[in-house]
Design a protein. Structure first.
Length: 343
């Protein structure tokens, strides 16, 4: 990149958190992104909540655990994270020598925002003997205050790995925490955070849908509230839900999680029907506004200009990655290895 181009990129990033440079509408973005991928020796990791076209061009599509395993093991020089900020930070902690790009730095997360590290630090002083388990959906700074990280697909294994006589603090998701208390029988002190997308579902509207589709199974992500989970035939992480729809004989599913996952469900089971669970407001979507900040244009610009890049201080990487490494070890022992290779 020339010095002039770099200056433009830096200014744009300061202003918007992403590169707001006009992209020639006649460009074939798929072709251009694939070309840049080769030139930069880059991989694109995409979460299941991304737009379908981003999932289709990604090298790997997966849930939070699978993507962090990919980030830890890749031999690429550049990781382009089509996801949200905490995911790209996790990738940077696991592969500090690699360039990690997030197409839009403002792709945040309501859960991560709900738990500022300085407040949490003060709060946890009340429980000095407790083990701190944090959902991976938290800031890098919070990870430096955490003993073991978890994702929705390994949370149960992580809790089960903690000696029975130890108290547990769980942050930041109170819904996942409450669900874990129920399935593991462990008492936990819960931080009062929640995901804005998974708290939006309407139990009443889901019941009406179930009446209209009595042959449909209702499946939900554990970030949903307890009264929604109580209605579910199956509860699981995004990869768990996807797998369930492939293996369960039902032909119809009502799905309570971010709507992006429906793309992979439809690709993997083209003969089955998937109905997104309705939200409790009049807005027709249960899209995560943070995840959906990424677009094909931003992905292309990020790879072209190699910006916006994730930077973390060395002490944050060193201290924060300990809890992620513990999580990965527990996952490996439990046989939760990545099997989501798309290409
Ligand atoms: P998983 O990827 O663990 O299913 O979590 C969903 C989520 O909310 C990611 O932001
Ligand atoms: Fe955060 Fe919820 Fe969006 Fe996931 S879906 S990134 S938890 S706000």
């Amino acid at each position: 990149m020339s010095a002039a181009e770099l200056a433009i990129a830096e200014k744009e990033l300061e202003k918007h958190g992403f590169l707001d440079i006009e992209v020639d509408p006649s460009l074939d973005l798929v072709e251009e992104i694939n070309k840049l991928k080769k030139e930069r020796n880059a991989i694109i990791l995409a979460h299941y909540y991304q737009e379908s076209e981003i999932q289709d061009i990604a090298d790997y599509v997966g849930d939070s655990l699978q993507l962090s395993q990919m980030a830890a093991n890749t031999e690429a020089d550049m990781i382009v994270f089509a996801g949200v900020h905490f995911m790209a930070e996790t990738a940077k902690m696991l592969s500090p020598s690699k360039k990690v790009l997030l197409p839009d730095l403002k792709a945040g997360c309501s859960l991560a925002d709900s738990c500022p590290a300085p407040l949490f630090k003060k709060w946890k002083e009340k429980y000095p003997d407790h083990v701190v388990v944090s959902y991976v959906n938290c800031t890098a700074e919070l990870k430096t205050l955490t003993d073991i990280c978890c994702t929705s697909s390994n949370a149960r294994h992580v809790i089960d790995s903690i000696p029975k006589d130890k108290g547990i603090i769980f942050a930041p998701d109170k819904n996942l925490g409450a669900y874990l208390q129920k399935v593991t029988g462990r008492e936990m002190v819960l931080w009062n955070g929640a995901c804005m997308v998974h708290e939006i579902f309407s139990a009443e509207k889901i019941t009406k849908l179930q009446v209209r589709h009595p042959d449909a199974k209702f499946i939900a992500h554990p970030e949903c509230e307890a009264h929604i989970l109580d209605k579910a035939d199956f509860i699981g992480s995004t990869s768990g839900l996807l797998k369930f729809t492939q293996t369960d004989p039902s032909m119809k599913f009502i799905v309570a999680t971010e709507a992006g996952i429906l793309h992979q469900m439809e690709l993997k089971s083209p003969n089955k029907e998937f109905i997104p669970a309705p939200p409790n407001n009049t807005c027709a979507c249960n899209d995560c506004p943070h995840m959906k900040r990424n677009t094909m244009e931003k992905l292309y610009l990020a790879m072209k200009y190699e910006q916006p890049e994730i930077h973390l201080e060395d002490w944050v990487i060193e201290k924060g990655r300990v809890c992620i490494d513990r999580m990965l070890e527990i996952s490996e022992k439990a046989g939760l290895n990545t099997s989501n290779k798309v290409k």
